[in-house]
Design a protein around this ligand. Structure first.
Ligand SMILES: Cc1cc2nc3c(=O)[nH]c(=O)nc-3n(C[C@H](O)[C@H](O)[C@H](O)COP(=O)(O)OP(=O)(O)OC[C@H]3O[C@@H](n4cnc5c(N)ncnc54)[C@H](O)[C@@H]3O)c2cc1C
Length: 415
């Protein structure tokens, strides 16, 4: 079996679909090595194991909404598309989404998956409580309000146990209007970074970094009374009057509606419609989450190798993310910018990634845990102030090391 991108063949000796929590507890307690495979949208071996790989998608499909406390108890193995549709039907919303709805809630939360918005933290940040099965097979619940360890559990890479249900903070349903500006050069973005990225609820800049070419700004505005008057010409570009795909030459029909038509959050915040797949899987991705205060330096250095990047990518995206307190989150403790690359598969990519890492790893830039990364353990450890605290959690909650795999062994060596 392979991951979504097909760049990794899993090495599990068995794959089991779990049907009940008691079955899950029994399998976990007896296993010597075990990992959950969710939708396999990660590009590295984070979900791999040589032992037992399990799917929990059949565990439950019931969502409970607590309107008084504004939280939803959600099955961890449920895909965002299903979660979003259900809670919208009940009049509620999540504060943000990733670019697509196919991924599961646990898979996204555990890797610090994010959307965009200077005031929007990673999706993991709306987790308020976790229900899980520990290595012993025992059920365990942990909530933000009653444990100092909680910020270490949320983005925990599947290394502390199997998440079964997550309590997510919800907000009242809202609407979004999405506009695209095209023909915007990267220099304009560098010179007007705050003006661009703080202009709307969620903003993304797509380009291929080629010198003297331009890109698109996608802006998602809250559809409220504060919607600004948008000029038809802005910076060095113009507002698009036809629907766009992030890769200009591609068919835009899978993309969510643009040109300012109002739509509910779940039909506008993801770049791609909930029932469509953004791509065939013939790609791999890398992303670095960097300190926003150094953004001009990163843009200047990436621009210097812009033509080399353009030769290798389908698309790239810049997003902003609000600071959080989750120990292994890419946005831990600082306002963050995400530099994302959707690469064409190629033999020479690994060498080129080292070049990207050299630039974006500066000032403690952190790689996305679910994408390709070339950072060494030593470098990585120095970029997360709570790295050793997380290793203490590994020691305490997985003493028999059954949730270890090659990925965890590579990056967490002191437990
Ligand atoms: C087309 C595409 C678009 C993407 N867009 C974005 C984006 O907009 N923003 C962004 O930040 N990232 C994005 N990603 C990356 C993606 O969000 C992450 O790789 C995410 O982890 C994938 O979720 P998944 O459900 O497929 O989990 P998997 O890849 O299957 O698993 C991820 C990790 O979580 C563990 N895990 C999963 N479920 C459980 C559980 N219940 N209990 C314990 N451990 C568990 C797995 O063992 C593994 O360690 C994208 C990826 C793709 C392929």
């Amino acid at each position: 079996m392979k991951n979504w991108a097909g760049n990794l063949t899993f090495s599990a000796k068995e794959c089991i679909e779990i049907d009940s929590t008691s079955e899950l507890q029994s399998i976990v307690s007896k296993a010597s090595g075990i990992k959950v495979l969710a939708t396999g949208h990660s590009f590295n071996d984070i979900a791999d194991t040589a032992q037992t790989q399990i799917s929990i998608k059949n565990l439950s499909n019931e969502i409970e909404i607590d309107a008084t406390n504004k939280v939803a108890l959600v099955p961890a193995g449920m895909q965002y598309a299903d979660v979003c549709r259900y809670i919208e039907k009940k009049g509620w919303a999540l504060f943000n989404t990733a670019s697509l709805g196919e991924i599961t809630v646990a898979g996204a939360v555990l890797t610090g998956t994010h959307g965009s918005g200077s005031g929007n933290p990673v999706l993991s940040d709306c987790v308020d409580g976790i229900e899980m099965v520990l290595a012993s097979g025992d059920l365990y619940s942990i909530a933000r309000e009653d444990s100092e360890e909680f910020p270490g559990f949320v983005v925990s890479l599947g290394a502390l146990g199997v998440f079964t249900r997550l309590r997510l903070k919800i907000v009242e349903s809202f609407s979004i209007r999405q506009f695209v500006y095209e023909n915007i050069g990267i220099q304009s973005i560098a010179e007007n970074f705050d003006a661009v990225f703080d202009k709307a609820y969620s903003v993304s800049y797509f380009s291929n970094w080629k010198k003297n070419t331009t890109g698109q700004i996608w802006m998602k505005f809250l559809d409220d009374n504060n919607l600004p008057q948008l000029p038809t010409v802005w910076l060095d570009g113009n507002i698009a009057n036809a629907k766009q795909h992030p890769v200009k030459v591609n068919d835009p029909s899978p993309c969510t509606d643009q040109m300012g038509t109002s739509g509910k959050w779940l039909y506008r915040l993801p770049h791609f419609k909930l029932d469509s797949s953004p791509a065939s899987g013939d790609e791999v991705q890398t992303e670095y989450l960097v300190d926003r205060s150094h953004v001009s330096e990163y843009i200047a250095e990436l621009s210097n190798i812009g033509d080399e990047i353009a030769d290798r990518v389908y698309a790239t995206e810049i997003r902003t993310i609000q600071s959080d307190d989750l120990w292994l989150s890419g946005a831990y403790g600082r306002q963050t910018v995400g530099f994302h690359f959707t690469w064409k598969k190629s033999e020479s990519l690994a060498n080129f990634l080292a070049k990207i890492e050299e630039i974006l790893g500066k000032h403690a830039g952190r790689p996305h845990w679910g994408k390709l990364l070339s950072t060494s353990q030593e470098e990585l450890a120095g970029r997360y102030p709570k790295y050793s605290s997380f290793e203490e959690l590994l020691k305490k909650y997985d003493p028999s090391k059954k949730f270890r795999n090659s990925f965890i062994n590579r990056y967490f060596i002191n437990y």
